[in-house]
Design a protein around this ligand. Structure first.
Ligand code: ASP
Length: 445
């Protein structure tokens, strides 16, 4: 029987934790028993180094595809708007509600992570933090020094404008790449189809190629996760688990608030649709949520989302297609929440806590990062690397987050697709075009 990828990753995670704990407990005894200079000690060193290199390679391969995938995904999203004038009103409503829910989601995340403080002494002892800090290699410390720069919201807005698009791409500056993609996408939309069509075709092909690379990388994730978590647990022991437990609870609590408070509010403000029962919002999207949970990809779930939003929620086909396609690219509230929580969590963990101004600017950064996140498994992790660099938080910490991320990814993908459906319903409601369920035509999309 072929095991699904998420099970394999869970197994990799569990094995990594187990081996890490064993190393934490017994590696000193082993070295002593086998002799500090003997073949046994050399074998341990070899295994530890191999493990570290494989983990680093997995992480670097995610970093490698970040910039191109943001660029191509966003150009395609804007390019798919078509005629800007006729889509202006619906587009304005859609983007407006997306922006509101994303901002609220990040604020929920920031409130939770500052209240629970999963990376603080309450969950990780000073000794465990000290051990991790001394365990960092010189290269990581140097990288930390070069990425640590003060960020004010004003600087962030000013620096979003690239002086040289190629430089922005070469440095992997996420905000500047987003601005570049927006400008290019709008320009392509305004050009005649004869001119823009071939360009968009190339962008589409490249976008798909990079997505295929991500899929390939994800097949290595069971090993990658194992290699990343083992040294972390081996260095920290059980303390890291307690800390990760608190981090997971914080993220899951935030996702539950978005799902059970923010989205129902969006549906209720713009429509009279019931939330539960026959013709209700949640039963209408149950299938979509299950596909999202098992695939961890809002992009892969898109066809299911479109069919269910139109047929089971009564949203007209044009609004469904526009909002859901846009949403699959730019509406990722679960991802935005996770990125905000993860950034503050790691800052707490490393003891370089972010000030109020920096946390306020995370609202913008996380919203924008989520917009640029591709709807694929671990897409949010790719973007998180850059968000961490933006705030001078040690990107090595992503090893800890990545280890537990697969399960969180499954859960936040549910939130991401639910958001698309809620906004589609809201836009249709505000246009007075929501049809009663049962009167819906059921032709294939
Ligand atoms: N897997 C998520 C999605 O497809 C993206 C993420 O990693 O946050 O919606």
């Amino acid at each position: 029987m072929k095991l699904a990828l998420h099970w394999k990753i869970l197994i990799g995670l569990a094995l990594g934790v187990g081996v890490g704990l064993a190393l934490n407990r017994w590696s000193g005894d082993l070295r002593a028993a086998w002799g500090a200079d003997g073949a046994g000690a050399m074998l341990i060193d070899f295994a530890v180094n191999l493990n570290r290199v494989l983990g680093e390679m997995f992480k670097r391969s995610l970093q490698f595809i970040a910039a191109p995938i943001i660029l191509f995904a966003l150009i395609l999203a804007i390019g798919s708007l078509g005629d800007l004038k006729s889509l202006g009103r619906i587009g304005g409503k859609t983007v407006g509600i997306f922006a509101c829910t994303a901002t609220l989601s990040v604020i929920v995340g920031l409130v939770l992570v500052n209240t629970i403080r999963p990376g603080s002494d309450r969950f990780i002892g000073a000794e465990a933090r000290e051990r991790l800090a001394t365990g960092l290699d010189a290269a990581a410390a140097a990288r930390l020094a070069t990425t640590a720069k003060s960020i004010s919201p004003w600087d962030l807005v000013r620096d979003a404008v690239p002086t040289n698009p190629f430089d922005a791409l070469a440095r992997g500056d996420m905000l500047q790449i987003v601005v570049l993609a927006l400008l290019l996408g709008i320009a392509l939309t305004l050009l005649p189809a004869k001119t823009s069509g071939p360009v968009l075709d190339v962008v589409r092909g490249l976008s798909e190629a990079f997505t295929a690379i991500v899929r390939g990388i994800m097949h290595l994730a069971p090993v990658g996760v194992f290699c990343l978590i083992t040294p972390t647990v081996a260095t920290l022991g059980l303390g890291v688990l307690a800390s990760l437990g608190a981090y997971c609870v914080t993220v899951l609590l935030g996702l539950a608030i978005i799902q059970l408070v923010i989205y129902p509010a969006v549906v209720k403000i713009f429509t009279r649709m019931p939330l539960w029962g026959t013709g209700g919002f949640f039963p209408g999207i149950a299938q979509v949520q299950m596909v999202a949970f098992s695939s961890s990809s809002s992009a892969a779930t898109l066809p299911v989302t479109i069919a269910n939003v139109r047929d089971r929620l009564g949203v007209p086909a044009d609004i469904t297609g526009f909002v859901c396609a846009m949403g699959a690219k730019i509406n990722m509230d679960g991802t935005a929440l996770m990125q905000a929580i993860a950034t503050v969590f790691l800052a707490q963990f490393y003891g370089n806590e972010l000030g109020l101004a920096q946390q306020a600017s995370i609202v913008l950064t996380a919203v924008v990062a989520a917009i640029g996140t591709p709807g694929i498994p671990s897409g949010g992790m790719v973007m998180l690397v850059i968000v961490l660099q933006t705030y001078g938080v040690n990107p090595a910490g992503i090893a800890m987050i990545l280890a537990v991320d697969r399960v969180l990814d499954m859960c936040r993908t549910i939130v991401n697709v639910t958001g698309d459906a809620a906004v589609a319903v809201a836009v249709a409601g505000s246009e007075k075009r929501l049809r009663a369920v049962g009167t819906v035509e059921r032709t294939p999309v």
